[in-house]
Ligand binder design. Sequence first.
Ligand SMILES: Cc1cc2nc3c(=O)[nH]c(=O)nc-3n(C[C@H](O)[C@H](O)[C@H](O)COP(=O)(O)OP(=O)(O)OC[C@H]3O[C@@H](n4cnc5c(N)ncnc54)[C@H](O)[C@@H]3O)c2cc1C
Ligand SMILES: *[C@@H]1O[C@H](CO)[C@@H](O)[C@H](O)[C@H]1NC(C)=O
Ligand SMILES: *[C@@H]1O[C@H](CO)[C@@H](O)[C@H](O)[C@H]1NC(C)=O
Ligand SMILES: *[C@@H]1O[C@H](CO)[C@@H](O)[C@H](O)[C@H]1NC(C)=O
Ligand SMILES: *[C@@H]1O[C@H](CO)[C@@H](O)[C@H](O)[C@H]1NC(C)=O
Ligand SMILES: *[C@@H]1O[C@H](CO)[C@@H](O)[C@H](O)[C@H]1NC(C)=O
Ligand SMILES: *[C@@H]1O[C@H](CO)[C@@H](O)[C@H](O)[C@H]1NC(C)=O
Length: 550
Amino acid sequence: MPRIPVLLYSCLSALQCLAVNGQASSEPLYDYIVAGAGAAGIVVAQRFAETGASVLLLERGGPSTFATGGTSTVAWNDTVTIYDIPAYGHQLNFIPEANGVWCSDTPGLAGCILGGGSVVNGLQWVKPATWDFEDFPEGWKWDDVAPAAARLYERNPGTSLPSADGKYYDQAAYQILTKQLAPYGWMEVDSLVEPYAKDKTWSSFWPSADLPPLAETKKNFKLQLDTKVIRAVRENATITGVEVEDASGSRHIIRLAQGGKVILSAGAMSTPRLLFNSGIGPAKQIRIVQQSETTNVTLPDESQWINLPVGKNILDHPLFRLVWNVTDPDLSKLTSLSTAQFLNPTAEQIEQFAKGSGPLVQGSIRLNLWQKITNQDGSVRYIESMNFVRANGTLLMGATLTHGADSRGELGIHPNGTTYFVKQPLLQTAGDREAVETFFRQMLDYVRGPESVLEYSRGGRDATVEDLWAGGWDSARHFVGSVRLGDDDGREVGGAAVVDADTRVYGTENLFVVDASVIPSLPTGNSMAITMVVAERAAERILAMGKAKR
Ligand SMILES: Cc1cc2nc3c(=O)[nH]c(=O)nc-3n(C[C@H](O)[C@H](O)[C@H](O)COP(=O)(O)OP(=O)(O)OC[C@H]3O[C@@H](n4cnc5c(N)ncnc54)[C@H](O)[C@@H]3O)c2cc1C
Ligand SMILES: *[C@@H]1O[C@H](CO)[C@@H](O)[C@H](O)[C@H]1NC(C)=O
Ligand SMILES: *[C@@H]1O[C@H](CO)[C@@H](O)[C@H](O)[C@H]1NC(C)=O
Ligand SMILES: *[C@@H]1O[C@H](CO)[C@@H](O)[C@H](O)[C@H]1NC(C)=O
Ligand SMILES: *[C@@H]1O[C@H](CO)[C@@H](O)[C@H](O)[C@H]1NC(C)=O
Ligand SMILES: *[C@@H]1O[C@H](CO)[C@@H](O)[C@H](O)[C@H]1NC(C)=O
Ligand SMILES: *[C@@H]1O[C@H](CO)[C@@H](O)[C@H](O)[C@H]1NC(C)=O
């Protein structure tokens, strides 16, 4: 397969080739500059390029899949990289070649490579539910975004049967858990068909969803890798371009065409850095950038700083890794592939993979569970759990607290440019803990019941909710909300939003944010598909704005 050609930009019209002072310039000027080629950035850049506008997509990382020029190939096939194998999504920490893939300057895991999170994640393609948009402003409720979602699903349908031979592989987790839950009224749904059936349901598979094809064949589109955006170049409300740093560390400015727009799509933990570096955010954070002795960021004059609550609403799903031992004598005999076996596949599995089949074409998760939990005060929260087997005779349940959770953290910046949690986003409220505890208690009731096939690995049948809490929790890496979308202008007292309903940063004419950052509350499922739906909707609104102006 060929490398994505890095096309040389050619001026679309003589006008765009003129520098501001009227002199012809060899430097191209763009209608749209998109900073970050992750799940969202690729979608918006593609939609802009489809209109014929000149588009530059900047990505700080290098190529990923073989088709994009990636070179981290596996030992058994020199046209297959570690990022081409769906089953490796949750195994990257065991693959030395993947070491450099994680962003080095964020407080939680994020992929800094072409494709962003979508090439390092578990490939769980969870379509958002209607209520996932209830905290968005007018113009963004489900009925408003449904056509955008339909466009995305047309290109990225997902599948509940990833293997081309029509078979499911490595099914122990599925068999164990469905036997445990069926007596308690849980039911199977195909979540791609019924994304709203999220109470006491399980979905058997959530496999890979490819990103949309990059617009690499279009003359008006350019993808530039190994290029880190430092800041938007801003004069009061107007953005004139971006400052970038190339792989050698040298910096230069890339300019917008007249009437052009800059879109920040660097992800929920990096887009805030780009805003702070552009003099946008709480003055406290901008001052850290100003006083830094290492990052050398040129800020606008203090009189032009825009005081917005960037970083103040960061959210994430807390993840509980619960290990259950299988007590049912038949089920405990089931075996599952180990990490070592995935990484050193058999000749048969290699042959299957070449035909689009076998265990390597499935993502890691074998079964997702969904449940709606109502607290004493009537508030509703959802639980999603992702399940697989990593040691024979045990089930690993990754339970997360999702939509409805009301804990929020705060993201700030260190003098060295690393973003960090001023306040952790996970499990800060009593309501969130209550919902988790309800789920724990119910699981313990199930496994003490007559139909039990499991017991908790620490404490067995006598395990208590305290034993489950004792396992601690971690980030599910589903960060959202750090650059909140809303009608409540954050420059005003009581306002929490950083971008308006067109995803435009308040107080600017032509700076936009389109990525997971803008999602105002936690989605019910994993965050990639909803981020891409948001990107489709944002592209539609930004393009409509441009038309209205002319
Ligand atoms: C380990 C892991 C597992 C996950 N599992 C799942 C899952 O199974 N299912 C699911 O739905 N979601 C999952 N997620 C979450 C999902 O991947 C993210 O929600 C999604 O990728 C967010 O998209 P984004 O466009 O906002 O950001 P990203 O996809 O992170 O893209 C941001 C891009 O911007 C680039 N960038 C950053 N800074 C700069 C800069 N200064 N200049 C230029 N480029 C820059 C990055 O390199 C990256 O390519 C997982 C995430 C992680 C980290
Ligand atoms: C920016 O704002 C300052 C003060 O508000 C003003 O003096 C200056 O002319 C403005 N610059 C531009 C390019 O609009
Ligand atoms: C910042 O600028 C100073 C002085 O120009 C230079 O010595 C230093 O190397 C620069 N640092 C970085 C990280 O670019
Ligand atoms: C489970 O047992 C099988 C058969 O002994 C073995 O091949 C496999 O590696 C084991 N799986 C794990 C996850 O340990
Ligand atoms: C290598 O992978 C490619 C793509 O999956 C496949 O077409 C080819 O047959 C594979 N080669 C071998 C030797 O497995
Ligand atoms: C950046 O600074 C923070 C706080 O001092 C520190 O914890 C972190 O390790 C630094 N990161 C890098 C990459 O130097
Ligand atoms: C669960 O299984 C693990 C591994 O076999 C074992 O170490 C642990 O003691 C078991 N727990 C219980 C409660 O039996």
